[in-house]
Design a protein around this ligand. Structure first.
Ligand code: PLP
Length: 233
């Protein structure tokens, strides 16, 4: 295992983020890099944190619990980025700082019930199935429109924005279209936001397309494999 390569990959990803941020008229500090550790073991995840990358994402709740437990000596902001079943909410809330992948009203209600006792509101993003892939989770744009006025009632959740994945089959051009569509949807719905609800954050872009996502307004990118190229044996 070559951890120096990990540091190099991270520097490269950060440089591309900075470049794309500049081209979109923003600074790199306006973009949050969430390193997706689902492919790698604790040792590599730890090395990432030690290299300064303190926001980590996992798509499976059990894997997030396991890593968070074994890394509890480090200051990590854990983001759940995959589907969360309601029977896993309680335990996930012990570890995750952000739930990026809220994809049903029932999940939002369960989160609201079970965040009881936390001192701060729980930051969440609403997942939108912007590409219309049938096998994907997330609200359709029409559903989001209906949901929006109801989001104000979740007093323990802090709705911060939207999250999406680009079409599973498309290329970078198709991905860019999906990202642009999420931003347009957000811009259109923003005036209808109830008090206490924000759509500021756009979590979009993965290894193959985080640069174009930033050009389309991403504020959070979720990058996995690009960080680990050549690192794993
Ligand atoms: C795995 C995953 C990522 C990271 O994917 P890479 O292509 O490896 O960068 C980002 N977002 C979600 C929701 C994922 O499941």
């Amino acid at each position: 295992m070559d951890l120096s390569l990990l540091v190099e990959n991270l520097a490269q990803v950060r440089a591309r983020i900075e470049d794309a941020a500049r081209r979109s008229g923003r600074g790199a500090d306006e973009i949050t890099l969430v390193a997706v550790t689902k492919y790698v073991e604790i040792e590599i995840a730890r090395a990432l944190v030690e290299a300064g990358c303190t926001d980590l994402g996992e798509s499976r709740p059990q894997e997030l619990w396991r890593k968070a437990e074994q890394m509890s000596d480090l200051a990590v902001g854990w983001h759940l980025i995959g589907h969360l079943q309601r029977n896993k909410v309680k335990r996930t809330l012990d570890y995750a700082g952000w739930i990026q992948s809220t994809d049903s009203v029932r999940l939002l209600e369960t989160l609201e019930e079970q965040t009881d006792g936390r001192s701060l509101r729980l930051p969440v993003l609403i997942e939108v199935n912007i590409s219309g892939d049938t096998e994907k989770h997330g609200f359709t744009p029409q559903e989001l429109e209906g949901l929006l006025p109801r989001l104000g009632k979740f007093s323990r959740l802090e709705v911060r924005g939207l999250m999406c994945m680009a079409s599973l089959t498309g290329d970078r051009d198709r991905a860019r279209e999906d990202f642009a569509n999420l931003r347009l949807l957000r811009d259109r719905l923003r005036p209808e936001c109830p008090e206490g609800v924000s759509l500021e954050e756009l979590s979009m872009g993965m290894s193959r397309d985080y640069d174009v996502a930033i050009l389309e307004g991403a504020t959070i990118v979720r990058v996995g494999s690009a960080l680990f190229e050549g690192v794993r044996p």
